[in-house]
Design a protein. Structure first.
Length: 67
C-alpha cells in the first residue's frame, strides 16, 4: 500500500440522544460524535413504531373527501 494517502483513524465516542454511548473509529476530528438515533432507540430494531399525526392530517383528509 502507498504511505501517506490514507486518512488518520482514531477512536471516538458516539453519543445518542437517548443516552446510549459506544466507541467506534472515525476520521472525523474530535473525540465525540453526537447522533439523534441509534440501534437502541430506532423503531426498526426496537419493534416499536411512533405514529405522528402532525397538524391533524388524517382529520383534514377525512373532512376534505367527506369520509
Amino acid at each position: 500500500m502507498k504511505t501517506g494517502i490514507h486518512p488518520d483513524f482514531h477512536e471516538v465516542t458516539i453519543i445518542c440522544a437517548c443516552g446510549e454511548t459506544f466507541k467506534s473509529a472515525s476520521t472525523r476530528k474530535g473525540d465525540t460524535i453526537r447522533v439523534e438515533i441509534c440501534n437502541k432507540c430506532h423503531p426498526f430494531f426496537t419493534g416499536k413504531q411512533k405514529f405522528v399525526d402532525t397538524g391533524g392530517r388524517v382529520d383534514r383528509f377525512k373532512k376534505r373527501y367527506g369520509i
